[in-house]
Design a protein around this ligand. Structure first.
Ligand code: PFF
Length: 471
């Protein structure tokens, strides 16, 4: 392998920080609260937590392990590993799907991160001071209603992402995450204190943790599972590439547990901050993608030093998104460099331009093309199963990547690592006690794949269909 002597993280801690930087992002602070709100709260959160524990952690271990053993871009890694264990090179397709998923996710991720960027000067200039919920709503709607503004912020964020990627992950990224991740935690804790003081804290917490299963739909279960992959950056080769820079002898199991724990903590803290504010101001928990852009400014505008903390907070959201966006495009960059033998710089420019254009689909979903929607239902003899309802291009991209491509990628990773890779190799890479190795094997062989498959089939209405036919 010409690349065998490629770069490595300088320490285990740096790897954990970088993987946490990839995991903690818009998924935790922006997406988790709003999809929880759309899916009725507690029951959704519980399903999400089960997915993190039973699917997320074992698949993360599998993905890091494949990355470290392959030490290449995801496509070449999968081809080489398959060869090593005597399987078809078509496993490279798994890497391919990851490259495409990362590319598509970045295209909308950058637009949303652009919203957060737009909020930094707004906050700093006190645009939200003393406004009520309706007025804050208006500011958000005016922003997303203006395609030109969105394009400017999308371009800026993507530019920042591609600069770091073009320079290589090490110099900038390692340092950035080392300082920023702790700061993000501190600010979350400060906001938590504010939320506790809002008078609606318990109501918010009970919304998050009190499961009411009557509010859960099969689509909600699919969303919870998809989100477990999304939030942990799994199923598309990002963590595989990060794993490929991991020094031998670093404990993959420990690292995976720490990353999953931190990621979950940030999401839950975000929820515990946002929902009390939602209830205190009579806002709508199911407000959709705009949720945090309406609740957080409102919270800050009523806080002492709110302008300062609010500005800082949106800066940190941008940083959290930044450390994730880099990992979204890294698989595509390493693949392009290897495959076409081009420089990192060239690969970054081409990828940046392509992602920018794709991002326009999301930009226009919120304004010019907001009426351009599709709905899809499978109708069977036993009823209609809604797959998509009035979905814009953004909804479609989000659904396709988070709910389909990532779980499918994760499923293939689990199958490969659990069933096809020689046990001798996985034992050697994971290097855990016989007891834990057995648990991991059971999870990755049976539990995780079974859950992914059942959720998929269920979402397509097939389980209901079969149940009806049999019973
Ligand atoms: N985990 C990131 C978040 O929660 O915002 C998003 C993400 C990054 C998904 C990298 C997938 C990925 F490969």
């Amino acid at each position: 392998m010409s690349e065998a002597k490629r770069e490595q993280w300088s320490s285990r801690l740096v790897f954990i920080l970088a993987a946490t930087g990839s995991a903690v992002g818009l998924g935790n602070i922006w997406k988790f609260p709003y999809i929880t709100g759309e899916n009725g709260g507690g029951a959704f959160v519980l399903i999400y937590l089960c997915c993190i524990a039973a699917i997320g952690i074992p698949i993360m271990m599998a993905e890091i392990m494949l990355g470290r053993r392959g030490r290449h871009d995801p496509v070449t890694t999968m081809q080489n590993l398959a060869k090593e264990s005597g399987h078809s090179r078509s496993w490279g397709l798994l890497g391919w799907m990851g490259v495409i998923a990362g590319f598509l996710i970045l295209s909308y991720y950058s637009v949303i991160a652009g919203w957060a960027m737009a909020y930094v000067p707004k906050m700093a200039l006190g645009a939200f001071n003393a406004l009520d919920a309706k007025a804050v709503d208006n500011i958000f709607n005016t922003l997303v209603g203006n395609p030109w503004l969105l394009i400017v912020w999308h371009s800026l964020f993507l530019f920042l992402t591609m600069i770091v990627v073009a320079r290589g992950v090490h110099g900038g990224l390692e340092k950035a995450v080392t300082y920023l991740m702790p700061m993000l935690f501190v600010l979350l804790l400060i906001l938590l204190v504010y939320a506790m003081d809002s008078g609606y804290f318990l109501q918010g917490v009970s919304y998050l943790f009190n499961p009411d299963f009557s509010k859960i739909t099969t689509e909600g279960v699919l969303t919870a599972m998809g989100h477990a992959f999304f939030t942990l950056s799994l199923g598309m080769g990002a963590i595989m590439v990060y794993g490929s820079y991991l020094p031998a002898h670093t404990s993959i199991a420990q690292a995976s547990i720490v990353v999953a724990f931190m990621d979950t903590l940030v999401a839950l803290l975000a929820g515990m901050i946002i929902f009390p504010v939602v209830f205190a101001n009579g806002l709508e928990a199911g407000a959709g993608p705009g949720l945090i852009f309406k609740t957080l400014p409102l919270a800050f505008s009523h806080m002492n030093y709110g302008t300062f903390f609010g500005t800082l907070f949106f800066i940190l959201i941008v940083f959290a998104a930044w450390t994730s966006s880099i990992s979204l495009i890294e698989p595509a960059i390493t693949w392009a460099m290897n495959n076409f033998n081009i420089s990192r710089m060239k690969a970054s420019i081409v990828a940046g331009v392509l992602v920018w254009f794709t991002g326009l689909l999301t930009v226009f979903s919120f304004n010019l093309a907001s009426d351009f929607t599709i709905s899809s239902t499978i109708s069977t003899h036993y009823g209609e199963f809604v797959i998509l309802k009035d979905a814009t291009a953004f909804d479609l991209l989000d659904y396709l990547t988070a709910n389909i491509m990532l779980p499918l990628g994760g499923l293939m990773i689990a199958i490969y690592a659990g069933w096809l890779m020689k046990q001798e190799y996985s034992r050697q890479e994971l290097n855990i006690s016989h007891f834990w190795y057995t648990i991991w094997t059971v999870l990755v062989r049976y539990i995780a794949p079974a859950m992914v498959i059942v959720v998929f089939l269920n979402a397509m209405g097939i389980v209901a269909f079969v149940r009806n036919v049999i019973g």
